[in-house]
Write a protein that binds this ligand. Structure first.
Ligand code: NAP
Ligand code: MG
Length: 489
């Protein structure tokens, strides 16, 4: 791979088609979680004034952009996809350096970003309304859709390419202009992606990026009187504040938040496949997926056999720097995240769960400079323990035995969250009960809890979302308003 990384380079805001320094004159370093002494880059620490400029430019670009045909906007999205594809290695390497996920996963995510752009480019030519029979036989009644206007995108660090793109691509194709506020932890990666989009020649002001703290730029976007819609992915705590700020001024909002996703292992499950799915869903990306498996609910008949196979497989996982070939598990994305994971491991022990595997920082001297943690499994977890209820966002599994499938589904539903859930079984009746009774936006049978296809709706139930859906054709619901037209000669 060509070495494109330049340590310590400074990245700017992107406003009105120009790269601009923040008015504060301040930058913050973004660090490599595998090697904390390495600065991946410096990003602008922007103020409300920088945000105002970005919103004003998005607002000024609104009329020109919404008046283009869907296919003309689609042409820009195809160019954005091609530009990102050309720099896929550079973007993926930056992502791995900045947030730690192994390079093959970073490449896969960037390729997904390309595919999302192409998918939504095509949406520019698809139908946006229905004809509805009027009671007046001389009238034509139909619906059409119009953009919201300026959309604010607030994104997290765990999928620093895919999530901003699955928000901004539908926003743009339906005629909105965008101000992106990426997570600070991954703002260099975001800047690289926006560089690609700038290469694609988007008209100035259609897409803007302002980096800075969540409380200033994120909150500022949510409260800004000229931001018509806010799409947020991140924690519940912050999401609710964003939603409240948007609601208070009558703006549309969409929140995708946490999960505490269960996998159910039935007595008739193929245990080898179930173990692989549990590890892949729970440990890959260091457990930092909103759809990560966190609760493993196992029928008692196969509890011991499942546990044995799980431990054997866990021993084979390689923890290391995500840039090195062969690394399966990278570090936590930042220091605070590692501390959170460690505090939950401590809580699990304090509450009386049995540590079956891992639990510590790996002792290899090569890993001493990073935020690494071993894959960790707790045995004999009771459903009321913190590790069975709260989102950890780390490579930590809680094993919980149950006596029946009914109890398993009941326990799986005993959560404030409802993002994703999976079951391993061959029984049609178990599968049907699971599909019908599971309170989750994503139910997956004989497959891991993580895994989202860009052409299908994605989102959670209960506290996992604001009950809207992202991706696929569902995205049109958030990024447009329906206009009902009654037409008479
Ligand atoms: P976070 O702390 O909530 O941050 C998310 C974004 O909100 C960041 O850009 C952050 O900026 C910004 N922010 C922080 N404070 C804000 C405020 N007061 N007002 C407005 N914006 C603010 O979440 P995270 O730690 O980055 O991400 C992890 C969480 O995301 C987990 O809970 C995970 O489950 C969830 N997640 C959900 C999905 C899903 O689709 N359901 C997908 C991925 C992740 P800063 O970077 O400056 O703090
Ligand atoms: Mg970092």
């Amino acid at each position: 791979m060509e070495s494109v990384f330049v340590g310590g380079q400074t990245y700017l805001n992107y406003i009105n088609g120009e790269w601009r320094t923040a008015g504060t004159g301040q930058t913050v370093p973004s660090l490599n979680p595998a090697q904390k002494s390495e600065v991946v880059g410096y990003v602008q620490s922007s103020s409300a004034e920088d945000l105002n400029q970005a919103v004003a430019s998005a607002r000024a670009a609104q009329q020109g952009w919404r008046k283009l045909s869907g296919s003309a906007r689609g042409e820009y999205l195809f160019k954005m996809a091609n530009a990102l594809e050309r720099r896929i290695d550079e973007v993926a390497e930056t992502m791995t350096r900045e947030m730690g996920k192994p390079l093959p996963e970073a490449k896969g995510e960037t390729a997904r970003g390309v595919a999302i752009l192409r998918y939504y480019a095509g949406e520019g030519l698809r139908k946006i309304g229905d004809v509805i029979p009027s009671t007046d036989s001389e009238a034509l009644m139909f619906t059409t859709r119009v953009p919201l206007g300026v959309v604010g995108v607030i994104s997290p660090w765990n999928f620093p390419v895919a999530i901003p793109i699955w928000k901004l691509a539908p926003a743009l194709i339906y005629g909105n202009t965008v101000v992106l506020k990426p997570a600070q932890e991954t703002s260099v990666t975001a800047a690289k992606v926006v560089e690609c989009f700038a290469e694609a020649g988007l008209p100035g002001g259609v897409l803007n990026m302002v980096t800075g703290s969540g409380s200033v730029i994120g909150q500022g976007l949510a409260e800004h009187p000229h931001v018509n819609g806010i799409t947020f992915t991140g924690s519940n705590q912050v999401g609710k504040r964003v939603g409240q700020a948007a609601l208070a001024r009558g703006a549309k909002y969409q929140l995708e938040m946490g999960g505490k996703n269960p996998i159910i292992i039935a007595a008739d499950a193929d245990l080898d496949l179930a173990v692989d799915a549990t590890i892949s869903g729970g440990i890959r990306s260091t457990g930092q997926k909103c759809t990560a498996t966190s609760r493993v609910i196992i029928l008692r008949d196969v509890y011991e056999a499942f546990k044995e196979k799980l431990v054997v497989k866990l021993k084979g996982l390689t923890v290391g720097n995500g840039l090195e070939a062969g690394t399966w598990l990278g570090p936590c994305a930042h220091e605070k995240q590692l501390e959170t994971v460690q505090s939950y491991i401590q809580k699990g022990m304090d509450e009386g769960a049995e540590l079956l595997f891992g639990g510590s920082v790996p002792d290899s001297p090569d890993l001493a400079e990073g935020f690494f943690i071993q894959p960790t499994v707790f045995d004999k977890v009771a459903p009321d323990m913190a590790i069975a209820r709260e989102e950890i966002f780390g490579p930590v599994l809680a094993l919980i035995p149950v006596d029946s499938m009914e109890a398993a589904i009941q326990l799986a539903n005993d959560s404030d969250y409802g993002l994703s859930a999976s079951i391993y079984t061959q029984s049609i009746s178990h599968i049907l009960s699971f599909i019908q009774d599971m309170e989750a936006g994503l139910v997956r049978i004989n497959s891991e809890t993580a895994g989202v296809e860009l052409q299908a709706p994605f989102g959670g139930m209960k506290q996992s979302s604001s009950h809207s859906r992202e991706q696929g054709q569902a995205a049109i619901e958030f990024f447009t308003s329906i206009k009902t037209v009654f037409l008479k000669a």
